[in-house]
Design a protein around this ligand. Structure first.
Ligand SMILES: Cc1ncc(COP(=O)(O)O)c(C=O)c1O
Length: 404
């Protein structure tokens, strides 16, 4: 299996929504949701070609999310690690504090275009939920956010944001009480209400159209990064692009514009949480949330429970698009433990004025591991995709402080 050059990775599926000769993706959806999902697919294909819609999206990205996020060299960390140049694409500087802002905004715009007044989404870390609540408020939509009760408790600051923005937070107390159950419950709600409700899936997962909308929205990150690299270096230098992976939306956005480059030129490195790492541990392919994907399963083939200190990474599945990138060897996947992520937070926040959330702290951990083995001409860019305020309590409990 080879990736097609010049074709956006999101479009490299067959007519049934499968990638990689039928191995990943597809549309395993309830019969009753088939028609609304088909309608949404047609609407999205129309909108992504519409100049008027693209202008509206760009207007919101600029004036509501704050425009281009910063890209800068981390001189202190580079000097301390003594190898590769370390650069940061600070997506956490967006008005919304995480890449989920792109995806939430686009979903709210699509919901408006569809004529629906209700929007439903899932959230783990609360970053997608918060951004969906804010976008819904801005566009006068009524939002329901499904969230596991364990996550409601560990990501309380974001729950407060959602409620203050007027969204209904629906607690999900089944199963592991985390993201996997929140997604299931949100999808159940959609199946019963699909005539009036737009479903905004919180990562690049789900039936084909949902992961396409998500990865299309976050690809703004790599469009910006490409321009910024050319501004800084005059060309695309030899790069390693390091990104954390939960469902995979942040990485797909960070990598989208670079997938056609040779991997010796632009290496793509995904970092999962140690006990929620289907890609890095060569897990089985299973069907979860409407799509076939690398997924952690138990001995009986049932979806396995995961563990991560990070609510955004505590998920057993992975985007079908990451399955494709893994099987074609275009990206490589590795993992970081809770402890490694916490240590990375300590070092990065000590040396630099950055306060990554627990999710990108995993990406920083891989950067810290590999940078000393590389040369000064090597350029590492880490996507710092979320702000740490939501994890302040967890950081204090585990490392004893949260820096100013
Ligand atoms: C800041 C941040 N980064 C990463 C993730 C992981 O999700 P994804 O892999 O879809 O980007 C999350 C999930 O909530 C998040 O909030």
């Amino acid at each position: 299996m080879k990736l097609k050059k010049g074709v956006n990775i999101i479009d490299q599926h067959d007519k049934f929504g499968f990638y990689c000769n039928g191995k990943f993706g597809g549309n395993f959806v309830a019969e009753t949701a088939r028609k609304p999902i088909e309608d949404l697919s047609k609407l999205f294909e129309k909108l992504r070609k519409s100049k008027k819609f693209l202008k509206k999206r760009d207007f919101y990205f600029k004036h509501y999310l704050g425009g281009e996020t910063p890209f800068f060299k981390l001189n202190n960390l580079t000097k301390y690690l003594g190898g590769a140049q370390i650069w940061c694409k600070d997506v956490s500087a967006i008005n919304g504090d995480a890449h989920k802002a792109y995806h939430a905004t686009v979903n709210a715009l699509i919901c408006k275009e569809s004529g629906k007044k209700f929007i439903a989404g899932d959230t783990g870390a609360g970053m997608f939920g918060k951004n969906l609540a804010l976008a819904a408020k801005e566009m006068k939509l009524s939002a329901k956010i499904f969230m596991g009760t364990k996550d409601i408790s560990r990501q309380a600051p974001n729950v407060k944001f959602m409620r203050e923005a007027g969204a209904e937070v629906v607690p999900v107390d089944s199963g592991s009480k985390t993201l996997v159950d929140a997604v299931s419950e949100c999808m159940r709600h959609y199946v019963s209400n699909c005539d009036t409700t737009h479903l905004a899936v919180g990562s690049a997962i789900g039936a084909n159209i949902f992961l396409k909308i998500c990865a299309w929205s976050t690809s703004q990150i790599s469009r910006e990064l490409k321009r910024q690299l050319i501004r800084e270096f005059g060309e695309i230098p030899k790069l390693k692009l390091i990104n954390v992976i939960g469902g995979g939306s942040s990485a797909l956005g960070f990598w989208n514009e670079f997938i056609d480059y040779d991997k010796k030129h632009v290496e793509l490195i995904g970092v999962e949480a140690k006990y929620a790492a289907p890609l890095a541990t060569n897990a089985k392919v299973a069907i979860l949330h409407g799509a076939a994907q690398y997924c952690l399963v138990d001995k009986e083939g049932q979806i396995a429970e995961t563990h991560s200190l990070s609510a955004g990474l505590d998920y057993p599945g992975s985007s079908p698009l990451h399955g494709l990138l893994k099987d074609t060897k275009r990206a490589r996947y590795t993992l970081a433990s809770d402890k490694e992520a916490l240590n990375a937070f300590k070092l990065v926040s000590k040396l630099e004025n950055l306060r990554p959330s627990l999710e990108p702290a995993h990406a920083w951990s891989e950067c810290i591991r590999i940078a000393p083995k590389l040369n000064k001409t090597d350029v590492i860019v880490v996507n710092n995709c979320g702000k740490g305020y939501k994890d302040k309590k967890i950081y204090i409990e585990n490392i004893g402080y949260y820096p100013k």
